[in-house]
Design a protein around this ligand. Structure first.
Ligand code: SAM
Ligand code: SF4
Length: 338
């Protein structure tokens, strides 16, 4: 289905939990009150919503969180979503901590690809950013997944972690270049795309200065002279570059400065059952009331379709991340799903 600006909306991000096993400084830096389980959508409710969404033209679904792998039986949900007519792809984004443990189930469920969020390959900085000494678990899950031939992408937030909060993540400022070079190095040794994402001023992300991507790309080009932009690769907003001899590409998701809103193809469903039309604003439609309301069968499906249409038609033409006073979203990214 097209929105008011002619954009084809075919992608739904579904957050299955607000809980997480990490405490990333820019996302959920400390324990925050969790949504009671009774208020979180059940798998049946999620599947019902996805069926209606598929009828409106949603063909790709991303499972996110919080950390999706901490929700029990999430792979069962993936396999249910994969069976919905019209749903062509179900993918997963994870911090990777439990990837090794659940990889067999993830593959058996038919997951089409996995995004692993990883901001540094330095164990000390990893612990400072995420609160846990778990880098090895992530790397072993990542390697195993690559060896099992599922498509894997790395997502790294581009931020200067030293510029905020009391304890810096590194004693010297060269850590930015070290982290970026080490992450890019993964694309040399493995067939993985490494994508940098501009930090967005959502939730705790407001406390960190992001690194603007025009600057980042210039600096990376200085280091990797042969890096060349390639034509569109993938379905999302990433712009990709190739480095000669590398097995994976380098992507940039320039959420703030890239002004990619004209190509925005997505809506989001939070774990509480709120359909969001844009990351930047709190506008959307509460569908839990419909899911748990009196209507049944075809009537419920029709109500869901109307709510989804309303959400799609309420999509704004663009975000206003550079005018922070206009941002109305107050949830943390862990509650939205990124
Ligand atoms: N826990 C899973 C993970 O880390 O992949 C899924 C949820 S997490 C909220 C999804 C993505 O959002 C992660 O890649 C994370 O780095 C990113 N993220 C969180 N806060 C962000 C922010 N303020 N700006 C940009 N990306 C952010
Ligand atoms: Fe958890 Fe992902 Fe947020 Fe980190 S970015 S705290 S892993 S939800």
């Amino acid at each position: 289905m097209k929105d008011r600006y002619g954009r084809e909306i075919d992608y739904l991000r579904i957050s299955v939990t607000d809980r997480c096993n990490l405490r990333c400084r820019y996302c959920m830096p400390r324990d925050i009150a969790s949504i009671p389980m009774k208020d979180i959508l059940t798998f049946e409710e999620i599947v019902m919503t996805a069926r209606s969404a598929a009828e409106l033209g949603i063909s790709r679904i991303k499972i996110t969180g919080g950390e999706p792998l901490v929700r029990r039986d999430v792979c069962h949900l993936i396999s249910m979503l994969k069976k919905i007519p019209g749903i062509e792809q179900v993918t997963l984004t994870t911090n990777g901590i439990l990837l090794k443990e659940y990889l067999d189930e993830i593959l058996a469920a038919g997951t089409d690809s996995i995004n692993v969020s990883l901001d540094t390959l330095d164990p000390v900085r990893y612990q400072k950013i995420t609160g846990f000494d778990k880098l090895e678990s992530v790397l072993s899950g990542l390697k195993l997944a690559v060896n099992r031939n599922i498509q894997v992408k790395i997502n790294a937030v581009s931020a200067d972690w030293n510029s905020s909060f009391g304890s810096p993540v590194s004693d010297d400022s060269s850590h930015i270049h070290e982290d970026i070079k080490a992450l890019i190095g993964l694309a040399e040794i493995m067939p993985v795309d490494v994508r940098f994402i501009e930090l967005m001023p959502i939730g705790y992300g407001k406390s960190f200065p992001g690194i603007p991507h025009d600057l980042l790309i210039r600096e990376i080009k200085d280091i990797y002279g042969g890096m060349r932009r390639i034509s569109r690769h993938g379905n999302g907003p990433a712009v990709y570059y190739t480095i000669p001899g590398y097995r994976g590409n380098i992507g940039f998701i320039s959420a703030i400065h890239g002004r990619f809103c004209s190509g925005c193809n997505r809506i989001r469903l939070t774990s509480k059952g709120y359909l969001k039309s844009c990351l930047c604003y709190d506008t959307g439609v509460d569908i839990k009331g419909i899911l748990r309301g009196d209507a049944s069968g075809v009537l419920k499906h029709e109500e869901l379709c109307r709510a989804l249409e309303q959400c799609i038609l309420s999509k704004p033409d663009s975000h206003s991340f550079t005018q922070t006073e206009k941002i109305t979203e107050n949830l943390s990214m862990s509650a939205i799903g990124g």
